[in-house]
Design a protein. Structure first.
Length: 510
């Protein structure tokens, strides 16, 4: 059954773009620019989710959601805001807003948040998934995945009263990536506090270039707006894309934080005995170290584990050995294996094993960790050798065998097109293969300086079947478009042809 979403915003362009995006994703979406009309719609129809702007005439988003919840208490809610007043954020927390989105936002980010919020409602209606336990049954891990593919971040935590509530968030700007891990006692009793903290984090991330300044500002906000005083632990990390520099601040000795490199070297990050949300004007230490993108972070939220490591009761080599065995997996695999290992440490009491483990990576989208070029001279002597070389290079960085096959097949078609049509028989020339990584995509460009063709007069074969299409009728282009995510061709008579291919893949090291 389709999930029903009510979208409320007075910006027509944003409503139109968001509604069409969500309709394409299979949601049932109704939209309005009027909060009063939105309330009437919510009384007539039961929605699964309401997405509302914070600032609107007549009723703001928080007031609207509060009224809707009177008629439909189980509805989930997302607030879109350019960061309104602190009072509005606190009010939203008490109203039961599930998440905040800071404007401007990317549609892909909004879609991820919607999936997460609706997934939570399908489980228990809280921010974590928990399993019902019998009276004498051992506590079971509570798993929270924070990324669609579970390869960028994954939290495993115990769902017990003695275990802290842990949360994670990540933000990317033009020149840096930021991540935040936090933990506080469940006894604090503040529902949706993690949502408020993440909202402030996203706002501060726009301007703050220092994790110490960011945490200090967040601490001041909490001390001024949260009445309850309870210890809060935060780990904030900022990765500069251009200089590959890592800055971090860790407040709370109960957090044991490690970085595990692709060369299988482990570094423990220094934490400080500071608790946040206690005093407003505190100094937050900061550390900096050189750090390329793609390394994996492991955070263990347990005072007992952190103390045991600090005192040498649990050796760091023990952690390193566990990570070496499991680092090849994604973040879900690493976090689960680390939690299983901690559960088996006989040095710890049963209560001391109530902890959270998160594994996450910060991938630098601006740097190009893999870039290759292969030149094929014409006339060619051994094309199979060139294709084998390309396959060898590809196998070292792309993990999925099926996707590798799709890429190799498409590149083969592009090269064969150039061999057949770009140059006359016996004519000297060159075909160049350039391939690189761009974020999560592999980009391949196959180019020649041959005769080229007029793209305006080219017509794709009028069929949806591969069988029967001859190469001269455009079989190569047809195959590429079936196998790759994006295909673009630039050509002109006498200037040669360039075929651009792109495909989303899972790279080794993520």
């Amino acid at each position: 059954m389709k999930k029903k979403i009510l979208l409320v915003d007075d910006e027509e362009t944003l409503r139109w773009a968001l509604q069409n995006t969500l309709l394409d994703d299979g949601y049932d979406v109704e939209e309005t620019n009027d909060s009063i009309e939105a309330l009437e719609l919510a009384k007539k129809r039961k929605y699964d989710l309401v997405i509302s702007d914070l600032t609107m005439p007549f009723m703001n988003g928080v007031q609207l959601i509060a009224e809707i919840k009177k008629a439909n208490p189980s509805i989930r809610a997302i607030i879109m805001t350019g960061y309104g007043s602190t009072e509005a954020v606190i009010e939203a927390m008490h109203t039961g807003v599930s998440d905040f989105i800071t404007k401007p936002f990317k549609l892909e980010h909004m879609k991820k948040v919607i999936r997460k919020v609706l997934s939570e409602s399908e489980n228990t209606g809280t921010n974590v998934y928990s399993e019902k336990k019998h009276e004498n049954e051992e506590p079971r891990p509570c798993e929270v995945y924070t990324d669609k593919h579970k390869d960028s971040s994954y939290i495993v935590q115990d769902e017990t009263e003695k275990a802290n509530h842990a949360f994670y968030d990540a933000v990317e700007t033009d020149d840096r990536q930021l991540a935040l891990f936090g933990s506080f006692s469940r006894e604090a009793g503040l529902e949706n506090l993690d949502t408020v903290i993440k909202t402030v984090f996203r706002y501060e991330a726009k301007t703050c270039r220092s994790p110490a300044s960011l945490i200090k500002n967040m601490n001041t906000f909490l001390c001024e707006n949260i009445k309850n005083r309870f210890p809060l632990m935060l780990f904030c990390v900022i990765l500069e894309k251009q200089g590959q520099k890592l800055s971090y601040s860790i407040c709370g000795e109960g957090l044991a934080c490690f970085v595990f490199s692709q060369e299988k070297e482990m570094t423990q990050l220094q934490s400080y005995p500071l608790f946040l949300n206690m005093f407003p004007d505190i100094s937050v230490p900061e550390q900096t170290l050189p750090m390329p993108a793609g390394n994996r972070f492991i955070v263990i939220d347990s005072n007992a584990v952190a103390t045991s490591i600090r005192k040498g009761i649990i050796q760091k080599d023990r952690l390193r050995d566990a990570l070496v065995r499991d680092v090849a997996g994604d973040c879900e695999h690493v976090a689960k294996k680390m939690k299983e290992g901690i559960d088996g440490w006989h040095e710890l009491t049963a209560d001391a094993r109530n902890c959270s483990v998160i594994a996450f990576t910060l991938e630098n989208g601006r740097c190009m960790p893999w870039k290759e070029e292969i030149s094929i001279s014409m006339p060619i002597d051994d094309y199979d050798e060139v294709l084998q070389l390309f396959e060898e290079k590809l196998s070292k960085i792309v993990g999925d065998e099926c996707k590798r096959h799709d890429i190799i097949t498409s590149v083969n078609e592009a090269v064969l097109n150039a061999l057949f049509f770009a140059y006359k028989e016996g004519e000297k020339g060159e075909i160049v293969l350039k391939f690189s990584r761009l974020g999560e995509d592999i980009i391949i460009v196959v180019s020649d300086r041959g005769c080229g063709f007029d793209t305006q007069n080219y017509e794709e074969p009028d069929t949806t079947f591969y069988k029967g299409i001859a190469r001269k009728d455009g079989r190569g282009i047809f195959v590429m478009k079936q196998l790759m995510d994006r295909v673009m061709i630039q050509s002109g008579r006498g200037t040669g042809t360039s075929v651009f291919l792109a495909k989303r893949v899972n790279f080794y090291g993520n």
